[in-house]
Structures are given as C-alpha cells and as structure tokens.
Unconditional design. Sequence first.
Length: 204
Amino acid sequence: GGEVDGLLPESVFSLLQKVMSHRSFFSPDNYFKLLLAQIFRNSNGLKNCWLVENGIENRLLSVAEKSFSLEELLIGLKSRQLTRTRIQRMLIAVLLEMDKGTVQQLFSAGPLYLHLLAVSPKGEKFLASQRKQRTIPLVQNFSRIYPQLKRHYGAESSQYLLAFKQLQLELRATKLYTLLVREFLGEHRNRDFYEQLKTGIPLK
C-alpha cells in the first residue's frame, strides 16, 4: 500500500492512523472463538438461522468441532453448492442469531429508520431540503431513538415492533464488533447511544 494521506479527509486519516497504531482492527482469532461459542451454545437452533439451509447445520457443527482456525472452518464448509462468500454471510447470521422469520419480516418491510453516522456540508443541505419528503425517521445517535420510533409508528403498532427488532439487531452487531477488534478503543460498547454525529466532513 502506498501513501493515502492525500486521498482522505484529514479527520478520517487521523482516525485511520490511530486505529493502525493501536492495532484496533479485525481479529480473525477473536471472530473464530466467538463463532465457535455461538455454534456450540445454540447447536439445536442453528437450523433456524438465516441462510442455514438443506441440513448444513449438522455439517457446520461437525466441522466446527474439529476446526482450529477460521480458515479451517471456511475450507471445511466449502462445497460446490456453498461458495466461500455465502458461507461467510451464513456465519455472520449465526453469530448475530439472525433467525429466518425475523429476517424475512425485515426484508419485506424495508428499513424502518435511517441511522446517520456522518455528513458533509453538502449532505446537510440535502437532508434539510428532504425533511418533509422522508417517510421514516432519520436518527443521529440512539439516545432518543425509542421515543422517536414510538412517536412515528405508535407504541403498539406492528411497524414499531419491527423497527425495534431492526434496532436490536444493529445494537447486537455493534457490541459484537467491539469484541472482534484486537484492541477496542471506544469508551462504551453501546457506542451508538453516545457517539456524536460527525459533521462538516468535506467529500473529495
């Protein structure tokens, strides 16, 4: 890799430097251990996970019991019908306990809120101009998301319950991510409730 400092916004480049210097990046070993723990803990429920089909749960458990690395697990599961990419998606679904019924409901409903992480000055103007056209809530951080969703959908509505499921899945993914990096640099594993929106980032 060459120098990237001239290709990224200064705020992004400084964050990248911090991450690299603290080795705060994805750990295959951490992922493998968490994945095995979930497979063994939920062995009877694997067949209910999204993308676990055609009896692959039995093979998944068998291969997991004799694998000693993530790569061994991936190689052991690969077949003519199962590509590496599909296996990787399936394993993420297993780790997140994404059951088929919930995923089908969420796919049918579409996104029930938008989670805004960062915005450029141009993006701020665009979002302001589209405020009246939005049909779902735009959320900056999660400190007020529960009342926002209740106000928009109604506390007893089926749409609110689905939005709640979407939110719980996102929160679970965020917490697990903090366990998948070598050194978590954040102050709180529920970071979505505390991190402020990054504004004023120019787009190149």
